[in-house]
Design a protein around this ligand. Sequence first.
Ligand code: VG1
Ligand code: CO
Length: 542
Amino acid sequence: MAKEIATTPYQDQRPGTSGLRKKVPVFQQRHYVENFVQSIFDSVEGFEGQTLVVGGDGRYYNREAIQKILKIAAANGFGRAVVGRGGILSTPAVSALIRSLEAFGGIVLSASHNPGGPEGDFGIKYNVANGGPAPEKVTEAIYARTKEITSFKIEEAPDVDIDRIGATQLGAMRVEIVDSVENYAALMQTLFDFDRIRDAFRSGFTIKFDAMSAVTGPYAHAILEGMLGAAPGSVLNGEPLPDFGGHHPDPNLVYAKHLYDLAMSDNAPDLCAASDGDGDRNLIIGRARFVTPSDSLAILAANAHLAPGYKNGIAGIARSMPTSGAADRVAAKLGIHMYETPTGWKFFGNLLDAGLVTICGEESAGTGSNHVREKDGLWAVLLWLDVLAARKQSVDAIVREHWATYGRNYYSRHDYEEVDSDGANALIKTLRDRLPSLKGKAFGALEVKDADDFAYHDPVDGSDSKNQGLRVMFADGARIVYRLSGTGTAGATLRVYIERYEADPAKQFVETQQALSDLIAFSHEIAEIERFTQRRTPSVIT
Ligand code: VG1
Ligand code: CO
């Protein structure tokens, strides 16, 4: 029986860059999940009798949240819920399912690359019918609703058994438990030449893919080892654990250092790769060659036509503003348009839906295409594999050739994590006020050509997004960008993105931090980082 239960609103349920993310104990507060989920349903229309896809990355509290969501969805009038077995669905797999089932939307349970466990992070994100994260006007409506909500509807019924494939009834709603991997794997087969990749493995190509004890384990086992014949043991940490084995499931050079060390060692496989908690990010390291996410986007865009799914070429490329300009040079050469959007995948949805772009990417290790409306970690690995199999060259050789053709964008991101929020806000405010006076100013041999606060006008729906990051642009094309993270759950995280372009092939092999050292020093000076954050050095460098 559906019941209406009285509740008190919370004031802190504003979705960030990618959904609502908080510490687990915050979500465990009375009616915290119920309020947010009911607010989602209160903010959208027309789901009566429709399908909702539900799944998450398996982190602590995934199962409890799913039970609540199913009961609330049933009481609100959804006709069907489709859930990954055990509650497991990667973020791109949710997106793919929403699209193949023509569902009304979906709910993704994840805090992505943040640690899990009873004291770790949890998150809830709502995706719309195109399979992508809800646009800002929807997330803002949800937030407004959470501040006023006085009751929620919930089906009073025993928990659904989500571990057995099959269908059951929950009130008037049908619940279908489906295989977590099947639909996604079938989609991958339509995009890539599985025979060619299988041949490469048969001829001795080697891979190590680290699923970081998070959601991609089952996908990687089934696709890489199962369908493509990579050697057993190619997938590391392939079992999703509620606390990710106590690790930080963030595939970067800090949290996946063991993979980097392997790639640099004498026994390096041809390709080392990893994905994050919810399976939408990727890390690519060839033998002795780390590929920055910004370069990976550019290289994949330049080579996508080699894969069957993109054989007719790509319509355009989109990248988030802080992502390096490497992909811009590919777009220019291909004669296609390049779109620069604010951080977060939700800004790519309209461009993809309108057919303006085929490939999108972010410097934070997210790459994807029009096959879904989320970034997709395994997709990026498979596209790399297909390109490597087609070109029969090493990762290193492909990267070097790319730089020789297009030039190299030296790029690094410096994160100052969990700094004092007031200090971080003051830093941004002070710098924002100072931007006009920076123009024309010299820093060493570099002169500031322009400085602004990035704003985006969506060419498809005409919406505007302001205050998306402070940009200091130098005359030679170098750039420093400052913004505050919208995914953290403690204090504030200052992200500083530093970039310089080098056209001369003879100067393309300097160590990155070295190549950027003067800009790094200016990044401290320009924003007075130490004064506002009490930090001299970043906590994470990617
Ligand atoms: C970060 C990244 C951003 C990414 C977002 C979600 O956001 O910078 O590029 O889209 O995480 O990724 P922020 O606001 O903390 O900089 V994930 O893998 O959490 O879904
Ligand atoms: Co993620």
